[in-house]
Write a protein that binds this ligand. Structure first.
Ligand code: ARG
Length: 646
């Protein structure tokens, strides 16, 4: 635990994108200009103001892609400029809030006040600044009312009409209309990345699940994602494996997966040989040299071992519905010499005790890039990979998903890349690299998750158990008689695998998490099973209404008159900014929290507002449909397959 806290301290400040606001893109001018100093300006702009006001609705339409927070930020940007013209480039601090006075709040007044106090100003204090910001807010159809609270917080209540129309438009245009926009075109997500012939353990499961969700969220936000499996397919262990293959199979070239069997067992056996027989050890060490020298027989054996491992990994990816493109460590070998040459020419690399190293400020050990035996290592490969990703693949953002134990490695590699001028030194600018660290998976005993015989838990076994437990529950509920075997299987997989994923994603990734089937398969509380039930229930409400929902979408209208309808509607509208936040800060748990809250808002709405048979039936059915649509998108982003009936 202590080490995790230490890592947290090492984390770079969370990246922050300011909404891509540009004052030039606003086609309407502020309504009030309260500063006498601006009297002239007022005169010249008043004419433009009138025509601009007419155009206002057009401008809101044109910016349909922005989320609520971005729209409000633009409005406040105008207000801030007009309120205090002497302070330039003030970034609007707009955030959703839960108070009863507003849905969003702008918190710039205090900061602005500290910049202007003591200077010539008409304001008496932050509340007056807040009042002025509010007065200077351009009129907009998204705002119903504003108020100022405390030390100048400007509260905004959104217009119900506008909210209702936005949701309805989403139902017609599809949820992709609510995809956030990120200021990055192409990203590499380096995730899963197990090591050949070694076990793919629960740590790799976390990397696979977290990385896949991050990739999905970025893809949804229209970033082109290169999903990279940086498998450990190079290194000294291969000498041992190859030599063992030769020893065990006289006709090793024909030894296939079935013959070799379990690669992990194979690894263990060969390790035993390596540790106990000096002759074998020597042969294994020579084998590494021959492999790295490109000797054909050794390359062939290496390819064969990699292939068997790859098939095993692919079976897990297929079950999890995860797409990955392998570019293993070996891929970058040919690039290492030139990359190190470049770093040397930039005076970054120096000799130290026979090795070649990079000394970096803030670290008490250097980054070794060539070992004293002349070989390359994990760091040299990662430096070459950064170079390749930037220059050949033209990625602007590189995201690495591994356990927090590798934080220091990445800190050092990224720092070296910054010193080489490859990455921006400003953490908010591109190109940049981010390490997405995660904590350990613990067992019930709060120790590292192991099997009873204290073996590493296999992923395939975990998935099997999740599925079979779900199937048993479904059969207990009588679904065995109602459904076909295929339906039973598919539902058990969707719920079981979804539960494993959600349990991993729902808490902040930096914390350790305890793996418990009982907990994750519980149908109450914040679990995927509960959420699947919630979704299936909404689908059943719509089904049972007997109404054609497509027809309702085009004919009917949403009204948000009841407080619980409005609260649900507001939460739906915040979907886009939540995904944006989850992407920006690389925190899938933010999306899980949103999804769980969505189902809670829905429950409150459904308990207090009669849907079928009420006067508001059409509107409420549309709200049900919008909720189910957003829920399904959340499931999709979390890699969970939704079920429509349970
Ligand atoms: N194979 C490594 C491991 O199992 C993870 C690789 C992560 N990616 C990277 N570019 N270093 O720990």
């Amino acid at each position: 635990m202590a080490s995790i806290l230490a890592y947290e301290r090492h984390l770079p400040p969370l990246p922050h994108f300011s909404p891509s606001t540009s004052i030039a893109s606003l086609t309407f001018a502020p309504l009030y200009l309260s500063l006498p100093l601006l009297a002239d300006l007022l005169r010249t702009t008043s004419r433009r103001l009138i025509s601009a006001t007419k155009k206002r609705s057009v401008s809101t339409m044109a910016n349909e892609e922005e989320n609520v927070k971005q729209k409000l930020s633009k409005l406040f940007e105008v207000a801030l400029k007009v309120t205090v013209p002497s302070v330039v480039d003030v970034e609007p601090l707009v955030a959703a809030c839960t108070g009863k006075f507003g849905d969003y709040q702008c918190n710039n007044a205090m900061g602005l006040w500290s910049k202007i106090k003591g200077k010539e100003t008409e304001f008496k204090g932050p509340p007056a600044v807040g009042q002025a910001i509010m007065r200077n807010l351009p009129q907009s159809d998204i705002i119903e009312s504003c108020s100022v609270a405390g030390p100048g917080f400007v509260n905004v209540k959104l217009s119900r009409n506008w909210m209702a129309q936005s949701i309805q438009r989403m139902l017609i245009d599809g949820i992709d209309a609510w995809a956030p926009r990120l200021p990055v075109r192409r990203a590499v997500v380096d995730f899963s990345s197990p090591n050949i012939a070694k076990e793919m353990h629960v740590g790799h499961l976390r990397s696979t699940i977290i990385g896949d969700t991050i990739a999905r969220m970025l893809e949804f936000s229209r970033v082109e994602v290169l999903r990279r499996n940086h498998v450990g397919d190079w290194g000294t262990q291969f000498g041992m494996l190859i030599e063992f293959l030769f020893e065990k199979f006289s006709n090793w070239e024909d030894a296939n997966e079935a013959a070799i069997g379990d690669l992990q067992e194979f690894y263990k056996e060969s390790k035993k040989r390596f540790d106990s027989d000096p002759d074998f050890k020597e042969r294994a060490q020579k084998a590494v040299v021959r492999l790295q020298g490109g000797e054909q027989k050794y390359r062939k054996a290496w390819t064969q071992i990699c292939e068997i491992s790859r098939n095993e990994f692919n079976r897990v990816y297929q079950r999890l519905g995860v797409q990955l493109e392998e570019k293993g460590e070996s891929f970058y070998n040919p690039y290492i010499p030139a990359v190190l040459e470049e770093l040397t020419s930039k005076n970054l690399v120096e000799d130290s005790q026979g090795a070649r190293v990079i000394f970096l400020e803030g670290f008490n050990i250097p980054l070794i890039v060539v070992k004293s035996d002349g070989g390359y290592n994990y760091a040299s490969t990662d430096l070459a990979a950064i170079w390749y990703r930037l220059n050949e693949e033209k990625a602007e953002w590189m995201i690495y998903v591994t356990d927090v134990g590798q934080q220091q490695h990445f800190d050092m590699v990224f720092k070296a890349a910054k010193r080489a001028g490859w990455l921006s030194t400003d953490d908010n600018a591109y190109p940049k690299a981010s390490h997405v660290g995660f904590g350990l998976v613990l067992g019930d005993d709060k120790k590292r998750f192991r099997t009873r015989s204290s073996e590493v838990v296999r992923l395939a076994d975990l998935l099997d158990e999740a599925k079979s437990r779900c199937k048993t529950t479904l059969i207990e509920r009588g679904k065995g008689d109602e459904w076909t075997e295929e339906e039973l299987e598919q539902t058990a997989e969707a719920i079981g695998y979804g539960a494993v994923k959600y349990a991993d994603l729902k808490s902040n990734r930096l914390t350790n998490y305890t793996f418990s089937f009982d907990q994750m398969l519980n149908d109450k509380g914040n679990t995927a099973v509960y959420l699947q039930y919630a979704h299936a229930r909404i689908c059943s409400i719509i089904r049972k209404s007997g109404k054609d929902i497509e027809e309702l979408k085009s004919m009917g209208a949403i009204v948000l008159d009841h407080a619980d309808e409005r609260a649900l509607g507001l939460h739906l509208l915040q979907f886009s900014e939540v995904v944006e936040e989850a992407c920006t800060n690389l925190l899938p748990n933010v999306l899980c929290e949103y999804l769980y809250n969505l189902s809670e808002f829905f429950t409150t709405f459904y308990s207090n507002c009669q849907v079928v048979g009420s006067a508001e039936e059409t509107s409420r059915l549309l709200l049900c449909e919008a909720t189910a649509t957003v829920m399904r998108k959340c499931f999709y982003l979390l890699g969970i397959i939704p079920v429509y009936k349970i």
